[in-house]
Design a protein around this ligand. Structure first.
Ligand SMILES: [Zn+2]
Ligand SMILES: [Zn+2]
Length: 265
């Protein structure tokens, strides 16, 4: 999945700003430590190199650099897939092992696009639907299932350009956010989109902001990840929180202390 999505990313032709945003979405979902869908065997230097590119301020010469951002990591994911599953098509292998029975994919005919789409419709869509099983909406899914649904949805929608034959599947696909997409709102109403731009918790003054570089939540220590990644940043201190972690915060803000620290530096 990582390989397929970075493929879509590299061919996207987005602006520098869009590329940076999408790059972070992919980076935070697949590559950072404890990422929901972390790609196996990625060395720290590869991750650090990407982090460095994403951390430096935007400039117009960055396009090329951004496009080539994931090449090293892609190579690792391909090597990994080849090691494990030499006789199946890469396309269907990466990351799908947990969702699909590998034997189901054995009949895929290489290069026959109509047949490919049919197989994707009959095999991928039920798996995609299973991810949503029992969940009232996208937001109530587990982190990993959310990430997997987004990744799978992206490949089905943007990679294969598949329109599911089944109505239920089509609706699910419409609801699911995808990577490398300009308009993320679409028909999919992210509940947290309606969350307040600013909140006050325990003296902290939190402002909701987009996340473009790796930040970790003060409360649960997990990275802020995903499509349209947003987090609450306190304007008084350095605390950064997941939107879902604001109610669990126990530490108060110490504006006096931070101001003192600022004066000293
Ligand atoms: Zn604070
Ligand atoms: Zn958190």
């Amino acid at each position: 999945l990582f390989y397929l999505i970075t493929d879509i990313y590299q061919n996207s032709g987005g602006t520098t700003k869009e590329l940076r945003k999408w790059a972070y979405e992919i980076f935070s979902t697949f590559l950072i430590p404890n990422a929901p869908l972390s790609v196996p065997n990625i060395d720290q230097p590869i991750v650090q190199a990407i982090d460095k590119v994403l951390s430096c301020p935007a400039n117009s010469e960055q396009d090329d650099q951004l496009k080539r951002l994931f090449i090293a990591a892609r190579q690792v994911s391909v090597d990994d897939a080849n090691d494990h599953l030499t006789d199946f098509r890469q396309k269907r292998q990466i990351g799908l092992g947990t969702v699909f029975d590998r034997n189901m994919l054995a009949g895929v005919v290489v290069g026959d696009r109509a047949k490919e789409l049919k197989v994707a419709d009959t095999l991928l869509m039920p798996g995609f639907e299973r991810l949503f099983a029992g969940a009232a909406d996208f937001e109530s899914l587990e982190t990993r299932s959310q990430a997997l649904a987004c990744a799978l949805g992206t490949v089905i929608k943007l990679g294969l350009c598949l329109r599911p034959s089944c109505n239920v599947h089509e609706k699910l696909l419409d609801k699911c956010p995808t990577f490398v997409t300009k308009d993320k709102s679409g028909k999919f109403k992210i509940k947290s989109m309606a969350s307040k731009r600013s909140v006050q918790v325990k003296g902290h003054q939190f402002l909701l902001n987009n996340v473009n570089v790796t930040v970790y939540c003060y409360h649960c220590r997990e990275a802020v990840w995903g499509i349209n990644a947003q987090a609450y940043f306190c304007t008084n201190c350095d605390v950064v929180l997941h939107k879902q972690c604001t109610s669990a915060l126990t530490d108060s803000c110490y504006p006096a202390q931070t101001q003192k620290a600022k004066q000293q530096t």
